[in-house]
Design a protein around this ligand. Structure first.
Ligand code: SAM
Length: 389
């Protein structure tokens, strides 16, 4: 079977998670660099990677990587590539370009040079004078970093964070890929209580439930490469069937989400319904100051308002006071807070964070503060207690 090279892109700080999931999908020896996990694959792996990858932003097909310090280099090498193996005679293609610390500095010029090269190549390959560009969509990404040009075709289309379930979002929602990563980094397990007391549209909890139910993140959406004739339809069908068959509905989950905003809670419920995890999560409207936790053990993952966007500092202070009051003495709880507020550890007095991770929510630099709780004894990991008011 013909080998291709795929690149799963990763947000800053999430490369290792993406690498691990690439390996878990059966791809060997992936190469990891900043924001990018590169691996050898077969054609039929394009559907699988797109449907299954949970923490990656996009799956790119690598066309070539070469040194380029002049526009001639870029043009000739781009033109030498077999674009006609992928882009159809009527294919509509867009070129995006970005240059970073390189001799070639103009994104626009790189974009138009590569567009011209691909047009020339396709006209010759299809023996036509004119490309109609009325058919399937193709996006070529050109990145010139430190004088090395990387040319890829985007197989995903919309970013992989668009799972298709979040038609309604609250204020300042987290991207789904980041929310999934927060859950993965928390060591939450199926038999443990997970709560998000400021859950907004429920993204963290919905991603958690999908993960535990083994619901593939891309099961409910389409991908740009689904309309590429180069990828056999059967490969998409097989990848969908395998993902459906892997869903695990056994046992029950203990997941609870609260928010002060009733519209956010309504959105969270609708989102959970759409992806098939509504029965796994209890959502209710509640101000964090009215939340009462009587469980000894549990996991809390949340991203409170940052202040700069939505709330003033008195509201945020009140939230921190509530968190502190509730969890200062509950050493059996692991607390995970994602915030842009660097002062958070000064307010949460239980301990100093066991770990801090710098991440990005969109363009905003945020920190994931991780406070590890004691692990429950086996007999404590039951479902007797409730987090209630
Ligand atoms: C940054 S947003 C969380 C977004 C969420 N992670 C998502 O992906 O949709 C912060 C949330 O905190 C909620 N909130 C603010 N003050 C609150 C309070 N006192 N109690 C509970 N929730 C509160 C807001 O309504 C908002 O939905």
């Amino acid at each position: 079977m013909e080998k291709i090279t795929l690149i799963a892109t990763a947000k800053f700080g999430l490369e290792k998670l993406v690498k691990n999931e690439v390996v878990a999908l059966g791809f060997e020896n992936p190469l990891v660099s900043e924001g990018r996990i590169e691996f050898e694959a077969a054609l039929a792996d394009i559907p699988r990677a797109n449907i299954e990858l949970r923490y990656s932003d996009r799956v790119l097909l690598k066309m070539a990587e070469f040194p380029a310090t002049t526009f001639d280099d870029l043009f000739e090498q781009a033109k030498a590539l077999p674009w006609e193996n992928w882009i159809t005679r009527d294919g509509k293609f867009t070129v995006n370009a970005k240059t970073i610390k390189s001799t070639l500095q103009s994104d626009r010029s790189c974009q138009s040079i590569v567009k011209k090269a691909v047009v020339e190549r396709l006209k010759e390959a299809f023996n036509v004078e004119w490309l109609e560009e009325t058919g399937a969509d193709f996006t070529i990404q050109v990145t010139v970093r430190k004088d090395i040009a990387l040319l890829t075709l985007d197989t995903s289309g919309a970013g992989l964070h668009k799972r298709g379930y979040r038609l309604q979002a609250g204020e300042a929602p987290l991207t789904e890929t980041l929310a999934a990563a927060l859950v993965k980094l928390s060591f939450w397990e199926k038999d443990r209580l997970l709560i998000d007391p400021m859950c907004g549209a429920g993204t963290i909890l919905i991603e958690a439930a999908m993960m535990m139910r083994n619901i593939a993140p891309g099961l409910h959406r389409e991908f740009a490469s689904e309309s590429w004739p180069a990828i056999p339809r059967e490969a998409w069908i097989a990848a969908h069937q395998a993902a459906e068959a892997a869903i695990d509905r056994s046992g029950s989950l203990q997941i609870q989400g609260y928010d002060i905003d009733e519209h956010a809670i309504a959105a969270a419920k609708a989102n959970a319904e759409r992806v098939g995890v509504a029965d796994d999560i209890v959502f209710a409207q509640k101000d964090i100051k009215d939340l009462w936790i009587d469980r000894q053990y549990g996991i809390l993952i949340s991203n409170p308002p940052y202040g700069m966007r939505m709330y003033d500092y008195r509201d945020i202070n009140q939230i921190y006071i509530s968190l502190n009051k509730m969890f200062k003495k509950k050493t059996g709880w692991s607390i995970y807070i994602l915030t842009a507020d660097k002062k958070f550890p000064d307010y949460f007095k239980r301990a100093w964070p066991d770990r801090k991770r710098k991440l990005y929510n969109g363009n905003i630099e945020v920190t994931y503060y991780q406070y590890y709780g004691e692990r429950p004894l086996r007999e404590d990991a039951d479902t007797r207690d409730q987090a209630s008011n």
